[in-house]
Each structure stands twice: as structure tokens, then as C-alpha cells.
Design a protein around this ligand. Sequence first.
Ligand code: PAF
Length: 286
Amino acid sequence: MITVHTVEALRRAVSEARAGGARVGFVPTMGNLHSGHVALVTRAKTRADFIVASIFVNPLQFGPNEDLASYPRTLAADQDKLAAAGCDLLFAPNVDEMYPNGQAMQTRVSVPGVSEGLCGGSRPGHFDGVATVVTKLFNMVQPDVAVFGQKDFQQLAVIRTLVRDLNLPIEIIGEPTVRAEDGLALSSRNGYLDADQRARAPHLHRALKALGEAIEAGRTDHAELIEQALAELREAGLRPDYLEIRDALTLGPARADSTELVLVAAAFLGTTRLIDNLIVRPPSHA
Ligand code: PAF
């Protein structure tokens, strides 16, 4: 695997691969890679011949009081993991390479509707930052296919929408969440948790699972079920940010005729914010 730091070197390497007839797959990341990221590369390799990954901690998607400064930067370890996973090219630009005219003057991409509420409600501007950097990365790499984790369910919906609305010829694949044995969704932010918080963290998945089982058993009293799940989280020492039941296809409100629902939640343990989701089929559509 080779690592490049400039758009020019990236374009040269991708053009060479394309000239050899390769289909290009892309896995954008912010680094500090874990098995969830490796699964994205593995999936990309089933759909493309030449795999590009990017590592860029994108300042545009962090709020003023968020963890931009402390976000773990572990390039050497990440390079080893990507190479072992069979990635061909790593693009690791710095902030000036991505935003040469400064962040304030950067043209923004905004995706109305799906960006609103949930994480978009709690993190104003976050999805504009994600949509902007992903659009730029797509234009730099020009992949045939790109793979994103389903753990960031709303992010995936934002990206699918921008690809559709901007007519980008890129196939978007959502890869299922990789979990620790106790159910906790793998995330670079799990590294912030101390031992006690790490022991409590799987309650987020457990609460969603219990909620999902109730829905699959035919319960339709969503408001009451959500209250129960929130109480479970609080009892386990988590501070819920949101917990909602949405239509999995539109991310809009759950409807009586929704064929698939997504249970989406975010909760704090100390200052660490964890997110998770679960797809369920109501019994009428099972
Ligand atoms: O999911 C992430 O790691 C980031 O939001 C992404 C998609 C790489 C954009 O910075």
C-alpha cells in the first residue's frame, strides 16, 4: 500500500489504476482504525479492484466544544491495518490540502431533511461538515463504489441523499455495524471510556435490543416503549441524548405502514457521546 498526502498524487495513482482497467472502491475514515473499518475495506474489495482509503480528521464536522483536538491520530498503526486488509492506496491529507482557502471560505454542501434532528439536532452543522468533506473526497478520488458503516445511520442517509441529489455516479454501500462481544458497537470514541464507563456502555445496545424485541412482538405503543428504554439507560448510568423510532427507509417518523423501522439512539457516558441503532421489522412486515 502506498500513502499519499496530496490531491495531485492521489489523482495520479487513481488514474494509473483506472488506466489498467481497475474499478475503484473508496473507504473514507477519520483514522484510529478498528475492526469495523477493516470490515469496510474487506467489503470494498468484494466490489472493486483498487481500494483507496482516506484518513482525515475533518475540522468542519466538529462543533466548537467537541473533541477535534483530542481525536486520536494514529497514522502508523492505521497504515499497518489498512495494508493488512488489502487496501492499495491511503490518502492522508492535512487540513491545508483539504481546505486551501481556509474553512470559513469553503463552499458547503448541505443536505436538508435527513440532516435534521437526531445527531443533526444535537450537533448543529455536523452534517454540513460531513457532506462537504465527503463530496470533496468523492470528487478527488472519483470512486465507482464507496463503503460506509451503518453505525452512523443518519450519516449514511445523508450521503445516499447527496449522491442522489448531486447525480454522483457512485454506488454507496452500507456495511453492518461490527460489535464487541458484549454488544457495544465499535467506535474510535470507545477509547475515551474508562473501565467503569466501558462496562456500562453495552447498555445502549441492550436497551435498543429490548425495544426491538418489543416491537417485533407486536407492541405499537412507541411512546411508552421509548420511556422504558430511556429509563433503562438512565439506570445504567448513561445520559440519553435522544432515542427515537424512525422509518428505516426515509429516516422520517415511523408510520403504521413502515416496513422497516430503525431505532436510533445517542447517549453520554461522562463526556463521551456514543451512538447506536438497530433495524427491526414490525410483525406485520416480518
Ligand atoms: O464516519 C466518518 O469517519 C466521517 O464522518 C467521514 C465519513 C470519514 C467524513 O469525515
